[in-house]
Design a protein around this ligand. Structure first.
Ligand code: CP
Ligand code: NVA
Length: 310
């Protein structure tokens, strides 16, 4: 049976059920192979996506823009500072107005509440392109990449080492939905949101996934199938950079640490990476590293998502 997702907004992977995630991954495989064969797949001919950015981006901006074009539609880059939002127009009025022009809205924001407000006041589907709380599009590309490389998702173990941030939250939700185990090693005070852990543990009872949080990177990485990290200071936290650099130093992914993982482990990073900090060049450029496959897969998974919801 086909999974109906038209009109659905995505603020977090928590919004998607297992069937919907499988449908997105299946559609991603199809669209990726069609693109590789040079076959047209104009599933969104004549449709328009508004993309609001409160923060910088390379991957999200380019993959959404190129993706919409490949699907036969158009994407509009809207810097939040250039919109009337920057002069005090409300999110609600911005959402109502954009809904009269476009078929979908993607937004990269600071406060997660901004995404929730866009969803509340839009009459078109809204996609979270990263908020301080979560990064669901990254999570989908990550699951797809793991599936491509390992041929399965359930039964694998992912070790996330570093800041319990937006990317960590997407991975926790994503793993819990597909039956993958996840262990996070974060410094004290930088652990992921407790509510996310509680929700994932509940979901894990149905899917067989286990979530664990520790302060010990070696414990997390031991025997892992996937070793994942992200920057120590996310966008908006730049002022904490020096303080965080000291605290996070023992959490660097380097050759000594990855020796604890399985021999055929995957190294993953959402990018941009701060090489020499959260990961060494040796690991980021090793044969185990799939960081640019992940970046590429943003394109295919987002095209799948757009074609299913718009
Ligand atoms: N991973 C990711 O979202 O990258 P950008 O910040 O470049 O969009
Ligand atoms: N955690 C990072 C992810 C960037 C894609 C940030 O929010 O800056």
């Amino acid at each position: 049976m086909t999974v109906r997702m038209k009109g659905k907004s995505i603020d977090s992977l928590s919004n998607l059920n297992q069937k919907e995630i499988k449908e997105i991954l299946k559609t991603s495989t199809l669209l990726k192979s069609q693109l590789a064969r040079g076959e047209e797949h104009l599933l969104l001919k004549g449709k328009t996506l508004a993309m609001i950015f409160e923060k910088p981006s390379t991957r999200t901006r380019v993959s959404f823009e190129v993706g919409m074009w490949q699907l036969g539609g158009v994407a509009l880059y809207l810097s939040a500072g250039d919109l009337q939002l920057g002069r005090g127009e409300t999110i609600a009025d911005t959402a109502r107005t954009l809904s009269r022009y476009v078929h979908g809205i993607m937004a990269r924001v600071f406060a997660h509440q901004t995404i929730l407000d866009l969803i509340k006041y839009s009459t078109v589907p809204v996609i979270n392109g990263l908020s301080d709380f979560t990064h669901p599009c990254q999570g989908l590309a990550d699951l797809f990449t793991i599936y491509e490389k390992k041929g399965r998702l359930s039964g694998l173990t992912l070790a996330y080492v570093g800041d319990g941030n937006n990317v960590a939250h997407s991975l926790i939700y994503g793993c819990s939905k597909v039956g993958m185990d996840i262990t996070l090693a974060c410094p004290k005070g930088y652990e992921p949101n407790l509510e996310v852990i509680i929700e994932a543990k509940e979901e894990g009872k149905r899917t067989g996934s286990h979530v664990k949080v520790t302060n010990d990177p070696i414990e997390a990485v031991r025997n892992a199938d996937i070793v994942y990290t992200d920057v120590w200071a996310s966008m908006g936290k730049e002022k904490e950079y020096e303080k965080r650099s000291k605290i996070f130093k023992p959490y660097q992914i380097n050759t000594t640490l990855v020796r604890k993982a399985k021999e055929d482990y995957l190294f993953m990073h959402c990018l941009p990476a701060h090489r020499g900090q959260e990961v060494t060049d040796e690991v980021a450029d090793s044969k185990n590293s799939v960081i640019f496959d992940q970046a590429e897969n943003r394109l295919h998974t987002q095209k799948a998502l757009l074609s299913l919801i718009m």
